[in-house]
Design a protein around this ligand. Sequence first.
Ligand code: PEP
Ligand code: MG
Length: 316
Amino acid sequence: ARRSALASWNGPGTTSDGHQVPLLANVGGPAELDAAVAAGAEGIGLFRTEFLYLDRSDPPSEEEQRRAYRAALEAFPREKVVVRTLDVGADKPLAFLPAPAEPNPALGERGLRRFMKSPGMMDVQLAALAAAAAEAGGAGLRVMAPMVATAEEATWFTRECADHGLSDVGVMIEVPAAALRAADLIAMVDFVSIGTNDLSQYAFAADRRLGAVSALHDPWQPGLLDLVAMTADAAARAGKPCGVCGESAADPALACVLVGLGVSSLSMAPSALAGVRAGLAAHSLEQCRAAAREARAQPSASDARTAALVHLPGLA
Ligand code: PEP
Ligand code: MG
């Protein structure tokens, strides 16, 4: 009995009526892999690779990276592991990658933009990923680019990956223009993952690190929910997966709303998995859809939350 109770606690994400929603882990470095496995993650939805690059005077070698990626693939040998290429920004200076002086680093050569003119360092990363996938012998590796704004950028990234033999390729949707034109971007990739932290920052023109404007990037903002819905609809029409890997997926009630909006997987800090799993298991897909519909019909974040909770008993 104890075993089966444990198994159901850590079982796959599903609504009460059996709609499957893989629950994945956000991982910021090798030390978090054990926690992700222990929490019953069904894969890694976001492996942030910044840890390999920050606070050092030279870039990580291909060999060093290959070992780190292989460890992630081996922690989840049968599951999908989404590795995000370096999300560098002028607010996270790298000693070995001179940054242009930028008055607004969040709007500068961040993420993928930084490598489009000189892809050398990204090529090393992609080579390390291809080598790790070959060694780990699994087919689970997915590669994803941060801060993609246009379909041209998505196309460029997909070609770079193809040059390294990497075929399961996606982009983050975290710039409002990418959500507005999600169909164009999705046509160029195998999957998308919505980063609600940055999507909210850019949609509301509110610095995500600034407490004074935190009410604006409340993840219940109906404007943010609309952008998620547009992206999920476009992905569904294309028949491709659309996950969420921003912090909003970690709130059990909002996670139900995201599922109701059509999101196909949720990725979060390992510590949030149990709560989201339980919240989802207690509600039907129709309840999630009703919560999503009512939330989007409201004029404010707090009204959206209140309206959604009416359809999600037990999560108030
Ligand atoms: C996001 O922007 O929502 C995201 C998941 O990426 P990060 O928090 O690393 O910018
Ligand atoms: Mg982001």
